[in-house]
Design a binder for this molecule. Structure first.
Ligand code: SF4
Length: 307
């Protein structure tokens, strides 16, 4: 798509957003042209909280299905649009509510902490939610005598276990992209950029996290890069984040830890799809009330934990 087409589509989107009393939220992993037309960019929870604070009647959520569900959990009175209904998260789909119920029958004493990257139904079966930024604090908030079971990401669970003194079991899920980052690849990039700071996302494997200078969520990486005096950074997460990092820090260099870390679901949403969603007011994501109330309890308990 040429620059003029991009600009024309972005203008039409802005016009429709105004007509529909809508706001556009884009995850940090979205395509650059989608992030550029958004009202707000950020991580999934950050965006859902912002969504609940606006007066807009319609939220266009450029991200994947569980994110639109989280917005629906927090903003039941707003219309939540997910421009491409097939945009999902393979990791979130690695555990179903029935599988979690089965696990809870096996471990009735465990406190279940589910990553925000889960379906609303799985959240509804959980005691608490967590994000990659607050997992350690959420685990530490649990009564000491109780064991913890974390879903769905084994890497986030192992990271949390390492940084708490808690007994933590976990589901064997993982992000296919973060889990594919290897020690060999990091050695290679570090050799090419010996002065760079290596920032890794806690969805990466433990041996990769051991090589990181800092382990950060996506919003944590953005804040860290802005505050740092360093000029080069190796970024160990989905490559979409290179766009907001480079845009906010023109004098600094950001290198992907592995250029193959491209989440295909995150790239399904283009400007055409966003415009169509606004014109049709669909596809809509709405979590059924009975599930929403139970899922919101887990999200609220997380929000009550001081970070
Ligand atoms: S990058 Fe990984 S965790 Fe994020 S949406 Fe894609 S598959 Fe899910």
């Amino acid at each position: 798509m040429g620059d003029n087409t991009v600009k024309a589509l972005q203008e039409k989107i802005r016009e429709q957003l105004h007509n529909r009393n809508a706001i556009l939220l884009a995850h940090n992993y979205q395509l650059p042209e989608v992030q550029d037309v958004a009202d707000l960019c950020g991580d999934s929870l950050e965006l859902s909280i912002k969504a609940s604070e606006t007066d807009a009647e319609v939220i266009v959520f450029c991200g994947v299905h569980f994110m639109a569900e989280t917005a629906s959990i927090l903003c039941p009175d707003k219309k939540i649009l997910l421009p491409v209904s097939s945009a999902g998260c393979p990791m979130a789909d690695m555990i179903t509510a029935e599988q979690l119920r089965e696990k809870k029958r096996e471990m009735p004493e465990a406190v279940v902490i589910s990553y925000v990257n889960t379906t609303a139904e799985v959240k509804a079966e959980s005691d608490l939610c967590c994000t990659s930024a607050n997992a350690v604090q959420v685990a530490n908030s649990v009564e000491k005598a109780r064991p913890i079971f974390m879903t769905p990401d084994k890497n986030l669970a192992r990271y949390t276990k390492k940084h708490t003194n808690r007994k933590i079991g976990y589901w064997n899920g993982y992000c296919v992209y973060h889990n594919s980052l290897t020690v060999e690849q990091i050695k290679k990039v570090k050799k090419d950029y010996p002065n760079a700071v290596f920032l890794a996302h806690p969805e990466c494997r433990p041996e990769v996290l051991d090589m990181a200078d800092e382990v950060k969520s996506t919003s944590g990486m953005i804040a860290y890069a802005a505050d740092s005096d360093r000029k080069e950074f190796i970024i160990g997460t989905e490559t979409g984040i290179l766009h907001p990092l480079s845009k906010a820090n023109p004098g600094k260099r950001f290198v992907p830890a592995d250029p193959k870390m491209v989440c295909t679901d995150m790239k399904k949403t283009g400007l055409h799809e966003v415009l169509l969603a606004l014109e049709n007011l669909g596809p809509e994501v709405k979590v059924p009330e009975e599930i929403r109330i139970r899922a919101k309890r887990a999200v609220d308990r997380m929000l009550a934990v001081r970070v």
